[in-house]
Write a protein that binds this ligand. Structure first.
Ligand code: 5AD
Length: 356
C-alpha cells in the first residue's frame, strides 16, 4: 500500500468504509498470524532516564519523580510470575538508565535463558552497538525501539540529542536486525506536529523496514513535559494535525496489519488508557498481542511515561484472569510458546535456505 492510499484511509470518516477496513485487517490478521493472542509479561526495570524526550514523563528533567531500578531478586520474582501465568516472553523495558550495568543485565538474560524457555525482549532505548551485541550474545531474542515519527524535523524537536551524539533510530533498527534481533518499532499517534501525510509515511515505513513487531498507541499529554506545556507551538495546521484518538489509533493498527501481515502487533496499554475496551478493540482491528504489566505494583505509578496508565492498579494475577476471560469473549484463544512473529520465522528460514 502506498502513502496516498494510506493517507486516504487515515482521513476516512464514513462508518461503512471504516467497517470495511476493520474487516480487512481482521481477515489478514486471522490468515497470517491466526486467532491465538500472545501474552508478553512486561517488566519496567528502571525509570531512570538520561534523555529529555519532550513528551515523556520519565524524562531526566522531571525532578518531581522518584526514581527506581529493580534488583536482581525483584526481576527474578517477576520472571517466576510470568512463568506461573503461562507467558512465553519477558519484555524488559526501561529508560535510558546510564547507571544500568550492561554486564549485570547480560547476566540476568543468561540466567533467564538457561533456566526457562522464555523469549527475552529488550526495550531500553538507544543503546550502543556494543551493549546491544553483549545482550544479544547473552541470549536476548528481540528488541523494541519505536522510531516515534518518520518526520526528521519533528523527531529532532522532540528528542534533544546527547552532546556530540545525534540519534538515528532507523539506522539503529538496521543494527539490531544485523545483530540477529527480531526487531520491533512503532509510533505515537496524534503527536503535536504530526500530519496525516507524515503518519501515512510512518505506516509505509513499517513495511519498508519489514518490521517483526509494531507497537502503536495514542500520544497522551503528560503535564510535567515541555510538549504538554507548549503544545500549541508544536501543533500542525488544522486539517493537517492528526488527532490522538481511539479511532485514529485503531486505523493505524489496522493499516499496520495490512502493510505487515505477518508481524506481531500489540493492542497497547496507551490505547487501553484512552478507551475502556481499547484492548479488545485493538484485537478486533488487527492486533494479536497483549503485554500485561507484571512490574511489582509498588513501582507501577513511578513508570510514569504518561498519566493514568491503564495498568496502574492492575494486579498481575487479577488482570490475567480478566484478560483471559475477555480474550475468550471475543472468540480468540491464548497462545502458548514464545510466539516469534511469522515474519521473522520466514526471514530466518529463507536465510538458512540461502546458506544451503
Ligand atoms: N504518550 C504516549 N506514549 C508515550 N510514550 C512515551 N511517552 C508517551 C506519552 N506521553 C511511548 C513512546 C515510547 C514508549 C515506550 O512509550 O512511544 O517509545
Amino acid at each position: 500500500m502506498k502513502r496516498a492510499e494510506i493517507e486516504h484511509w487515515l482521513r476516512e470518516t464514513d462508518g461503512a468504509r471504516l467497517d470495511e477496513l476493520w474487516q480487512r485487517a481482521d481477515a489478514v490478521r486471522r490468515e497470517h498470524v491466526g486467532d491465538a493472542v500472545h501474552l508478553r509479561g512486561l517488566i519496567e526495570i528502571s525509570n531512570v532516564c538520561g534523555r529529555a524526550c519532550a513528551y515523556c514523563g520519565i524524562r531526566s528533567g522531571n525532578r518531581q519523580l522518584e526514581r527506581y531500578r529493580l534488583t536482581t531478586r525483584e526481576l527474578l520474582e517477576c520472571m517466576r510470575r510470568a512463568l506461573a501465568l503461562g507467558y512465553g516472553t519477558l519484555v524488559l523495558q526501561g529508560g535510558e538508565d546510564p547507571a544500568l550495568d550492561p554486564e549485570w543485565l547480560a547476566s540476568i538474560i543468561r540466567r533467564v535463558k538457561a533456566r526457562t524457555s522464555l523469549a527475552v525482549t529488550l526495550s531500553l532505548g538507544e543503546r550502543s552497538p556494543n551493549e546491544l551485541a553483549l545482550w544479544r550474545n547473552a541470549g536476548a531474542d528481540r528488541y523494541l525501539l519505536r522510531f516515534e515519527t518518520s518526520d526528521r524535523d519533528l523527531f529532532a524537536r522532540l528528542h534533544p540529542s546527547r552532546p556530540g551524539r545525534s540519534s538515528d533510530r532507523i539506522a539503529l533498527l538496521g543494527t539490531l536486525r544485523e545483530l540477529g534481533y527480531e526487531t520491533g518499532s512503532g509510533v505515537m499517534v496524534g503527536l503535536p506536529g504530526q500530519t496525516y501525510t507524515s503518519l501515512a509515511r510512518d505506516i509505509e515505513l513499517f513495511g519498508e523496514l519489514d518490521l517483526d513487531m509494531i507497537g502503536v498507541g495514542p500520544y497522551i499529554a503528560h503535564p510535567a513535559t515541555p510538549l504538554a506545556e507548549h503544545e500549541a507551538d508544536f501543533r500542525a495546521a488544522p486539517g493537517e494535525q492528526t488527532p490522538n484518538t481511539e479511532l485514529m489509533t485503531c486505523k493505524v493498527v489496522a493499516l499496520a496489519r495490512l502493510v505487515c501481515p505477518r508481524s506481531n502487533i500489540p493492542a497497547t496499554t496507551a490505547l487501553a488508557t484512552i478507551s475502556a475496551d481499547g484492548r479488545a478493540l485493538g484485537l478486533l482491528r488487527g492486533a494479536n498481542v497483549i503485554m500485561p504489566n507484571i512490574t511489582p505494583l509498588r513501582y507501577r505509578a513511578l513508570y510514569d511515561i504518561y498519566p493514568d496508565k491503564a495498568c496502574l492498579h492492575e494486579d498481575a494475577d487479577t488482570f490475567d484472569m480478566e484478560l483471559k476471560t475477555r480474550i475468550a469473549a471475543i472468540g480468540r484463544c491464548v497462545a502458548t510458546g514464545q510466539g516469534e512473529s511469522p515474519n521473522c520465522t520466514a526471514r530466518r528460514q529463507s536465510a538458512a535456505c540461502a546458506w544451503n
